[in-house]
Design a protein around this ligand. Sequence first.
Ligand code: AMP
Length: 464
Amino acid sequence: MTSASPTAFSALPLSPAMLSNLEQLGYTAMTPIQAAALPPALLGKDLIAQAQTGSGKTAAFALALLANLNPRRFAVQSLVLCPTRELADQVTTEIRRLARAEDNIKVVTLCGGVPLRGQLATLEHGAHIVVGTPGRVMDHLERGSLQLEALNTLVLDEADRMLDMGFFDDIAKVARQCPPARQTLLFSATYPEGIAKLSAQFMREPVSVKVETQHSAARIEQRWYEVTDTQRLDTVGRLLAHFRPASTIAFCNTKAQCRDLVAVLQAQGISALALFGELEQRERDQVLVRFANRSCSVLVATDVAARGLDIASLAAVINVDVTPDPEVHVHRIGRTGRAGESGLALNLASLDEMGSVGKIEHLQGRESTWYPLAGLEPASGEPLVPPMATLHIQGGRKEKIRPGDVLGALTADLGYTREQVGKINVNEWSTYVAVERGIAQQVASRLNAGRIKGKSVKVRVLED
Ligand code: AMP
């Protein structure tokens, strides 16, 4: 008999059904955070884990909470608190994928910005696992629509972000309503003071685990360019023309800078959208859908707005302004170069920002490599255009529209090929479908004249 490799999932006390599910998901070996966190977590220990998005941290806590779960008991047994709705949605998806090994495990998402009524109805049908944002989870506890007497696992995901957003009191109130004998798992990218306070109050002899963030940083090529403030925004356009990344997040330190940059890029014919903290949820959803479905080349965001965002395969990150917090820099650039791919981080810095650049060098333990602006020649005469465009269809889940209905209308009814259609997102009231940019207007008018699920629909192309 050969002994299992230390990073094989089979080295863990997991059920055969779970092991075969992991294999089907293509999880052949544990990621470093999983290898560090799962052995103590599966022993029932409280855990403080330092991990970034993209490290496989969701599966690390999901496997632990699923191991604690009794599917035959119809009560909420796990609660995962997340800073944002996007993160809560991603966590829910990952838990559902991992829970496939067991029958009928119900996972419910409870976030703000979504009508309470639907959530109340869902909760009445019973849930094993709740994933939500602290404020909305508190609302449900106060209304009595959520009970935590049967809870055995509490997870605080991206705890540092939740503290940044002022959720300490809500987290504390929620934790006080959980049975004291539960297991608590805390995940955080950084360790601000509040984390120690949280763990001292709500955790029992937690084990700390940590994986080096430098691993992923090594796969990311970082280039620095010195600019004056008047050159800064135009230089972003030059970087895009030179490197032609398929999708980019450009980070600015302020909302005003985001607005200015989007205006400059749009004037250059580059498809760019801004993500501010103050956008309405609906607008925010729309921006994220358009970026993720490849119909927008550049997402311009502040750090606050980009929290909890997990967009796979970003070709580049551009730091338009240097952040004064070096940990934020590491977090920003960690969004490119995921899952073994190489990443590109392009950084602009003025002389005034060199102090912050020094702090970043110190944290990363390496010097910056500077490149001349003169080297930024456009790589091609063609403008940088995203491959897809997004159609907005009025009507969503409320009208019982499903992605298959939209795909059917486009392929079976109108004769487009599967390849011409991209991602389809069905929200409560609207549906977004990405189609090849060149045919977008034609598809919109044909859909307007036709039907989806036997009903006529209103469709328009979303332009910048
Ligand atoms: P996370 O850090 O939880 O956002 O996970 C990042 C991505 O890695 C997700 O798409 C997971 O599905 C994936 N993932 C997590 N664990 C593994 C693993 N052991 N092997 C391969 N992929 C994984």
